[in-house]
Design a protein around this ligand. Structure first.
Ligand code: DAT
Ligand code: MG
Length: 139
């Protein structure tokens, strides 16, 4: 076990539905420490770049449109085995398959509009945190 970071976004669906407070409460309640936090909106170009690993997938256009459609909350979180433990907290990509009590089970609408992002590796957590935050914004 080691303390490290992950990167998350509360996606446009969950922000529009008024779930910022509840989701941040779940994150804090699970023991994550907030190292950086902001309300922001991705441009189409930002969303294309952030999700470029999915560029060849059939849902890429829909994903980019959705992720740039309204404000998001971006955050850097610190915790024990942060990447893996945060992915357990958010649940499966498809909320229909997410475990009871997970953030996606509670707040996601569909596989595309699924309330939150969580990094999938320590390396990507660092890349994604740096994509959204300047060094001086991470505490
Ligand atoms: P995750 O966000 O759980 O890491 P992912 O990296 O496979 O999932 O996909 C990134 C996002 O793309 C996901 O949060 C929602 C969207 N997405 C994935 N699979 C999809 C599908 N089959 N149809 C529509 N959107 C999808
Ligand atoms: Mg992913």
């Amino acid at each position: 076990m080691s303390t490290n970071i992950t990167f998350t976004m509360i996606k446009p669906d969950a922000v529009a539905d008024g779930h910022i407070g509840a989701i941040l409460g779940k994150i804090s309640g699970a023991g994550f420490k907030i190292k950086a936090l902001k309300l922001t909106q991705l441009t189409v170009a930002d969303a294309q770049k952030f999700y470029e690993v999915h560029a060849e997938r059939p849902f890429y256009g829909e994903l980019v449109d959705f992720m740039s459609s309204g404000p998001i909350v971006a955050a850097v979180l610190e915790g024990e085995n942060a990447v893996e433990s945060f992915r357990s907290l958010i649940g499966a990509t498809n909320p229909a398959e997410a475990a009871e009590g997970t953030i996606r089970k509670m707040f996601a609408k569909s596989i595309g509009e699924n309330a939150v992002h969580g990094s999938d590796s320590d390396e990507n957590a660092q890349i994604e945190a740096a994509f959204h935050f300047a060094g001086k914004e991470i505490f």
